[in-house]
Design a protein. Structure first.
Length: 291
């Protein structure tokens, strides 16, 4: 049996669906029962609760041979790093207690660094915690930037024909479709073909720029969309005005500054795997229907 945490999300849902399609017994874990209905109909056993709940995690992992692990985003927390550490420890302790032999962790490009990358530092610490579990076979899927992050700008794209971010317009970015991450993790958990600690940097078929992104988005909806680089101080002010905790915002500002320093990239000499979905394909299949 394979336990999939975050099964109602973009990557966890894809991983669970892939495993079920391949005949695996899946235990799907998420915070809201209604979001698990599709997986339940496909045969998944469903657990509902919060990943900070040690009892829930232990119960969900009982009898599991393998697990898909992640730290769900929580922008409402007062201390983002402390939240990440709590979830990581709860999951890692659960894996130890249950004697789970294989895990695939959703990590991120840049997780090789122990500082300077904002929330990705939390994933670095999660990786280090899992390395300490004796006999565990751990696959760290250091994924690129989710194409789905573009949806955060949907309002301005619709009303102003504008997509903005703090990244330079012509800087190459390792974008990846979230479904590709889930399918890749699902495939590796299906085959259980990794031993010890294995690190894979999972990115799209090619690096793209923000100029490439707006071109693909515009073509998919038949409208002109332009790109604007947003200064970091303006972005920070906007996030605070939107109601986000300033302490949480500061963590993400560190990530953006780290990206500007080249820290959000695959580790030098590391294994890089290219997923199949290109930005123009994603724009047609995912963005355009949502638009």
């Amino acid at each position: 049996m394979i336990c999939v945490f975050g099964a109602s999300g973009n990557t966890g849902g894809a991983a669970a669906a892939y495993l079920l399609k391949n005949g695996k017994k899946v235990r799907a874990v998420a915070r809201h029962r209604e979001k698990l209905d599709v997986l339940a109909k496909a045969g998944a056993e469903c657990f509902v609760g919060d990943l900070e709940d040690k009892g829930l995690v232990r119960e969900a992992l009982a009898g599991a041979e393998a697990a898909y692990l992640l730290v769900p985003p929580n922008m409402a927390t007062d201390d983002f790093r402390a939240y990440q550490d709590r979830v990581a420890e709860t999951l890692a302790s659960g894996v130890e207690t249950a004697g789970v032999r294989y895990v695939a962790l959703l990590s991120s490009v840049g997780a090789q660094h122990d500082q300077g990358t904002g929330p990705i530092v939390g994933l670095h610490r999660f990786e280090e915690r899992l390395k300490k579990i004796r006999g565990l076979n751990a696959l760290f899927v250091r994924a690129g930037m989710f194409m789905e992050n573009i949806f955060m700008s949907m309002a301005t794209i619709k009303t102003q024909g504008l997509y903005g971010s703090p990244l330079p317009a012509d800087a190459p970015i390792p974008f990846i479709a979230a479904s590709d991450i889930g399918k890749y993790a699902g495939d590796r958990l299906d085959r259980l073909d990794f031993t010890g600690t294995t690190v894979v940097h999972l990115v799209g078929p090619k690096a793209v720029t923000c100029n490439d992104v707006v071109a693909a988005l515009g073509q998919s909806v038949g409208k002109s969309i332009r790109y604007a680089q947003v200064p970091l101080d303006q972005l920070e002010k906007g996030m605070v005005q939107a109601g986000l905790n300033p302490a949480v915002v500061s963590v993400f500002m560190e990530m953006y500054r780290g990206a500007g320093k080249g820290l959000l990239a695959p580790e030098s000499g590391g294994v890089v795997v290219q997923a199949p979905t290109a930005i123009d394909t994603w724009a047609k299949r995912v963005f355009a229907p949502a638009y």
